[in-house]
Design a protein around this ligand. Structure first.
Ligand code: AMP
Ligand code: MG
Length: 407
């Protein structure tokens, strides 16, 4: 199979991904999910005219001439707290004590803030400032009208959106569920941190990094442990992962060595290989396969290759699976502080770091760009894509793809 360019690989991946079918989730579990249908307000918000302040509900016409040296005296005929209906009706020269959020009684057309009144003798207050009709009244439906779309299909439900749904009385929302994404690392040399290394062994770092990236992409990582470089172990673990997860990420074992068995095992398990090998650096050996709606991404094992291929090819797929339509990494334009040189025949995603001097921001390529140099990705805050055989010269403006999402 021919080697794909990065845009071809991305196009192939995205065309195989469909947002997960919608299901209802409670408001708390819907947080971080994408809304699958418009939320239409079944009632208005606010539901009725209510007071914006603590004060006195009045008839504005009664207090047009009010001033510090011309207090208008009104009789207080009722108290309307929040949470109770207003049962009184204001006649001329009367008012009602009212609190923030309480319904405006009939006959009242404005609220005077407590701060511009003074207690007068028993049962009366003095108003010291005029008000216009409508002052300090929050009108029914001024936030959302009954029947209007309060939240549109495709919106990401963050805290504010979930809060709005709750204000409208929603208990559950139709959402694309959070994808469950398996992470299976492969390699006979790998050992869990905490154990003693034997000669030739290394600690598995990719499980932790990839689970983190999966979480940052808004998905639920399913940690599947370490598979040995044997067909039997890979078969058993990938088979299990395909049953449990919406997408499976394997790491390592997709290159051309005798122990690179992932592709064979995917074929044994009935997965259709869509492509292998992408013209990018780091990360040339990368396999993408599907079985029905399930997605399998076989990432190369070098930690920087695994991270970069995740960010470039897997993250967009996971965002699409969640129902999002914008899957680009955030990009900023920034001046190159040094030449970004790519002598290879593959697009290179150079690890780089932005630095600020006063008002000016520049971006430096990190000195070590090897795909095994884990500190280069740990120190980077962006990737700069440099086309094959080219240089982005110092002093020019380059596009930096930001790689630190929130956990
Ligand atoms: P592979 O893609 O399996 O040929 O692995 C390429 C390189 O990445 C080798 O040096 C592996 O030891 C290393 N590697 C593979 N998987 C991991 C992992 N989970 N954690 C750290 N290094 C790994
Ligand atoms: Mg390996």
């Amino acid at each position: 199979m021919a080697i794909c360019t990065v845009p071809e690989a991305l196009e192939q991946v995205l065309s195989a991904v469909h947002p997960l079918p919608a299901r209802k989730e409670s408001l708390s579990t819907a947080l971080g999910c994408v809304l699958a249908r418009d939320l239409v307000a079944s009632s208005s918000l606010p539901g009725w005219d209510n007071s914006a302040v603590d004060g006195f509900a009045v008839r504005a016409a009664d207090v047009t001439s009010a001033a510090e040296n011309n207090p208008i005296h009104l009789r207080v005929i009722a108290e309307v707290p929040a949470g109770k209906p207003a049962t009184v009706r204001l006649e001329p020269q009367t008012c009602a004590r009212i609190f923030t959020g309480a319904p405006i009684p009939e006959g009242a057309d404005a609220v005077v803030m407590q701060e511009v009144t003074r207690p007068h003798h028993e049962g009366y207050i003095a108003v010291l400032d005029p008000v216009e009709p409508g002052d300090c009244i929050r009108r029914a439906g001024e936030d959302v009208r009954a029947g209007a779309v309060a939240l549109r299909t495709g919106v990401l439900l963050g805290p504010a959106q979930v809060g709005l749904a709750a204000a409208l009385g929603a208990v559950e929302l139709p959402v694309h569920p959070r994808p469950r994404v398996g992470v299976l690392v492969t390699g006979a040399e790998l050992v869990e941190p905490g154990k003693t290394l034997q000669p030739g062994q290394i600690y598995d770092s990719n499980s932790f990094a990839l689970a983190g990236y999966v979480r940052q992409a808004g998905c639920e990582p399913v940690e599947l442990g370490i598979a040995d470089d044997t067909k039997d172990d890979l078969h058993e673990k990938i088979d299990y992962a395909l049953g449990e997860c919406d997408a499976v990420i394997t790491v390592g074992g997709v290159s051309v060595g005798e122990y690179d068995l992932v592709k064979d095992v995917l074929a044994e398990l009935g997965c259709e290989q869509r492509f292998w090998k992408v013209a990018m650096r780091p990360g040339k050996p990368f396999v993408f396969a599907t079985r029905g709606q399930k997605l399998v991404f076989g990432l190369p094992g070098n930690p920087v290759s695994a991270a970069v291929t995740f960010l470039v090819l897997v993250r967009p797929a996971l965002l699409k699976l969640r129902g999002l339509t914008d899957w680009e990494l955030p990009v900023v334009e920034v001046e190159a502080a040094a030449d970004f040189v790519n002598r290879s025949e593959r697009t290179t995603f150079m690890r780089a770091r932005r630095e600020r001097f006063g008002d000016k921001c520049v971006v430096h390529p990190l000195p070590q760009q090897g795909s095994h140099v884990i500190t280069s990705i740990a120190e980077a805050d962006c990737l700069v894509e440099v086309p094959e055989g080219s240089t982005l010269a110092r002093g020019t403006i380059v596009k930096a793809k930001l790689i630190h999402g929130q956990v």
